[in-house]
Design a protein around this ligand. Structure first.
Ligand code: ZN
Length: 401
């Protein structure tokens, strides 16, 4: 029955609040614009894209109609930082941390060992489960890093598997120095910049490095990002999570799309991000929540004019949530972002951090990625924390959850 496959346009109308973040410069349809919401709105999706949005009273006709009954509609979340290719779990480590007890079962190295030992189908089904969780909670675009393989073959396998679930694949061979390279960081960095990079670059878009005391220093981070760029990858970085350090400066020097964590920043770091013109500060409040650590100062960044994104950092160690609604609630309640700032950071901000112009907003021509909340406004994401408010998800114009 061929008619089933003909494309149909969809009108969602009677929307209580439509968050668009629409580009202000309608000519270029480039980056998302500032936070913008329309009351009593409608939106038309056609051929996978946003074809029209505006007041419900002015909506054009479409083949199919969905009545939102006063609910809010938002762009799908863009989660620009996640570590999903792994095996095993670390629930006991978390419980010990919360109980204030020492725990020495290996931390990240236990995940590396489990990941190396896992069959492809185990890693693949774990990835599918987490990607499904994300979609059900409104995440329509996500980034996924390697970094628990740390051998040439295991990193290459990780980026290949990540590429089966997202185009935003990040090569993170420089996540941690594996045990077999203890005391010889330089030799491991050579591997990361050489044979391992060559094996991973064809399947990745981004290169990342964990620049922190006890991981990789400024010169090592510069070497990893430069080698990645020479292999056609774009830089991003883990920076200033555990203490002050050079990570943000390295990010700005390298023209990185994003410096992630940004928990411990000097005034010079904030100024550098503000002046960078393209390096987003990606905040990961689920990490501070899950490790009972101080949160980054979001308002300091925002008032300096830095572009701020929020992401989950979903990983089995420091933060095992895939929930962007939780991250929005934490950003509002713990980092004192306004509800509008937090929702913008979780949608348009994430798009900026991935240098994507087609997602994170619902301007005309954007990808038809949107979520409906069982609530009248975006503010309910923080007002009703922990309640599953995402009641519908559309990706490329198709209802998927
Ligand atoms: Zn991370």
């Amino acid at each position: 029955m061929l008619w089933q496959y003909a494309h149909v346009s969809l009108l969602i109308t009677n929307i209580g609040e439509l968050v668009t973040n629409a580009p202000r410069d309608a000519v270029s349809v480039s980056s998302p614009g500032p936070f913008e919401a329309i009351a009593d709105a409608a939106i038309v999706l056609d051929a996978g894209l946003v074809a029209w949005s505006g007041p419900a009273a002015e909506a054009p006709a479409a083949d199919e109609v969905v009545d939102a009954a006063g609910r809010a509609v938002l762009p799908g979340f863009v989660d620009s930082h996640a570590h999903l290719v792994f095996a095993g779990e670390r629930g006991a480590e978390f419980a010990a941390r919360m109980a204030g007890l020492p725990y020495s079962a290996g931390g990240i190295r236990s995940t590396v060992a489990a990941t190396r030992a896992a069959r492809d189908d185990v890693l693949r089904s774990n990835l599918a489960r987490l990607a499904g969780e994300m979609l059900a909670q409104g995440t329509t675009t996500f980034e996924c890093k390697s970094g628990y393989g740390l051998t040439v073959a295991d990193e290459a396998r990780s980026v290949t598997l990540a590429g089966e679930v997202t185009p935003e694949v990040t090569y993170l061979g420089a996540h941690v120095v594996p045990a077999e390279f203890d005391g010889d960081v330089a030799r491991y960095v050579d591997l990361v910049c050489g044979e391992m990079l060559a094996a991973c670059a064809p399947s990745a878009k981004w290169v990342d490095v964990f620049c922190e005391d006890g991981a990789f220093g400024a010169d090592e981070a510069r070497a990893v990002l430069a080698a990645g760029e020479a292999a056609g990858l774009q830089p991003r970085i883990h920076a200033n999570q555990l203490g002050p350090g050079p990570g943000v400066q390295v990010a700005v020097e390298a023209g990185a799309a994003s410096a992630d964590h940004c928990t411990f920043l000097s005034d010079t770091d904030v100024d550098a991000l503000a002046a960078s013109g393209g390096t987003v500060a990606t905040l990961l409040p689920g990490v501070e929540f899950s490790t009972r650590s101080p949160y980054p100062d979001a308002q300091r960044l925002l008032s300096a004019g830095v572009t701020v994104a929020i992401a989950s950092d979903c990983n089995p160690g420091s933060c095992f949530t895939s929930s962007m609604p939780l991250c929005v609630a934490l950003a509002v309640r713990e980092m004192r972002m306004t509800t509008a700032e937090a929702v913008w950071a979780a949608t348009a901000g994430g798009a900026r951090a991935l240098r994507r112009t087609d997602v994170g907003h619902l301007g005309t021509g954007a990808r038809g990625d949107l979520i409906m909340l069982d609530a009248p406004s975006h503010a309910y994401l923080a007002y009703r924390p922990g309640v599953p408010l995402v009641t519908g998800v559309w990706r490329s114009g198709e209802r998927v959850a």
